[in-house]
Design a protein around this ligand. Structure first.
Ligand SMILES: NC(=O)c1ccc[n+]([C@@H]2O[C@H](COP(=O)([O-])OP(=O)(O)OC[C@H]3O[C@@H](n4cnc5c(N)ncnc54)[C@H](O)[C@@H]3O)[C@@H](O)[C@H]2O)c1
Length: 265
C-alpha cells in the first residue's frame, strides 16, 4: 500500500527545538510517527515535545549535543531498547556565523565544521548501525542553498554545507546496498533563530555591515523569491516526510530545493 501514514514509525530529529527542526517535528508527529525531539538545549527540546503531546501526538524530548559521539551512541541504544528501531533520522541541528571571510577565525571554522558536518557523520553512522541489519530506514540531511553556492558572508557555513552535500551522496551510496535511502533538502530562507547565538542572524549581520535597515533587506529578499514568501519549517517537513515515505522509495543521494523557486540548480 502506498502511504504517507507514519503510524508505528520512530523518527529522530536533531535540532528539533529550532525553527526548521520544530516544523519537521510537527509534520512527522501529525503523520503519526513517534518523534524524538533532540536538541542541545533541553528547554527547547522539551517545549517542542510538550506542545506535540498536548496535541495528542507522540513525542519525547532528548537533550543531545550532536558533537558528542558518546551521547549519540547512548541515545541510539536507548531508543532501540525502548522502541525496537529508528525508522527515520533527520539531521537538522546546525549553526551559522555571518561575517566577511577576512574576519573569520580558525576556531569559528572548526566549530562550524564540527556541528554542521562531522556530527552528521557521527549521527548517520550510529543510526545506520541499527538500520542496516533491518534493511530498512531513511535519512534526511538538512543542507542549504549554501551547499551549492559560496558566499563572502558565510564562507565557513557554506564550506560545511558543501561538505554535507558530499557526505549525503557518499553515505547514500554506502547505504543503498542495504535498501536505505539518504537524501538532503536545501531550504531557501526560513525565518528562525539561526546564527543569533553566534552574534546575529544573516539579515541582522547584513544590516550591520551595509548600514541598511533590517526590514528593508528582509523585504528585498522576500521580493526576490518567485513565490513571494519565505519558507516555513513545515514546508521543509513536508518534503522530509515525502522522502521518508514509500512514495520516495527510488530516490536516494539527491538534494531537493525547497525555496519558492529562488534557486534552480
Ligand atoms: N533558516 C534558514 O533559512 C536555513 C536555510 C538553509 C538551511 N538551514 C539549516 O537548517 C538547520 C536548522 O536551522 P534553523 O534555521 O532551524 O536554526 P535554529 O537556530 O532555529 O535551529 C537550530 C537548532 O539546532 C540546535 N543545535 C545547535 N547546535 C547543536 C548541537 N551541538 N547539538 C544539538 N543541537 C544543536 C540549536 O539549539 C537549535 O535549536 C540548520 O542545519 C541550518 O543550517 C536553515
Amino acid at each position: 500500500m502506498i502511504t504517507l501514514d507514519m503510524t508505528g514509525k520512530v523518527t529522530l530529529i536533531t535540532g528539533a527545538g529550532g525553527g526548521i527542526g520544530g516544523g519537521i517535528a510537527n509534520v512527522f508527529a501529525q503523520a503519526g510517527a513517534k518523534v524524538y525531539t533532540a536538541d542541545l538545549e533541553r528547554e527547547v527540546a522539551q517545549a517542542k515535545a510538550d506542545q506535540l503531546q498536548k496535541e495528542g501526538l507522540l513525542a519525547e524530548a532528548v537533550e543531545l549535543d550532536v558533537t558528542r559521539k558518546a551521547q549519540i551512541d547512548a541515545l541510539v541504544e536507548r531508543i532501540v531498547k525502548t522502541d525496537g528501531k529508528i525508522d527515520h533520522l533527520i539531521n537538522c541541528a546546525g549553526i551559522m556565523i555571518s561575517k566577511p571571510y577576512m574576519e573569520t577565525t580558525d576556531d569559528e571554522f572548526r566549530q562550524i565544521l564540527e556541528v554542521n558536518l562531522i556530527s552528521v557523520h557521527n549521527c548517520c553512522q550510529a543510526v545506520l548501525t541499527q538500520m542496516i541489519p533491518r534493511r530498512e530506514g531513511k535519512i534526511v540531511n538538512i543542507l542549504s542553498a549554501s551547499s551549492r553556492m559560496g558566499s563572502d558572508f558565510y564562507s565557513h557555513y557554506s564550506s560545511s554545507k558543501f561538505g554535507l552535500m558530499g557526505l549525503t551522496q557518499s553515505i547514500g551510496l554506502a547505504a543503498a546496498r542495504h535498501n536505505i535511502n539518504v537524501n538532503g533538502i536545501c531550504p531557501g530562507i526560513v525565518v528562525t533563530q539561526l546564527g543569533e547565538k553566534q552574534g546575529g542572524g544573516l539579515v541582522q549581520q547584513m544590516a550591520r555591515y551595509s548600514g541598511k535597515p533590517e526590514e528593508l533587506l528582509q523585504e528585498n529578499i522576500r521580493k526576490s523569491i518567485p513565490l513571494r514568501r519565505f519558507q516555513s519549517g513545515e514546508d521543509i517537513g513536508y518534503t522530509a516526510l515525502f522522502l521518508c515515505s514509500d512514495l520516495a522509495a527510488n530516490i536516494t543521494c539527491q538534494a531537493i530545493n525547497v525555496c519558492g523557486g529562488m534557486r534552480m540548480n
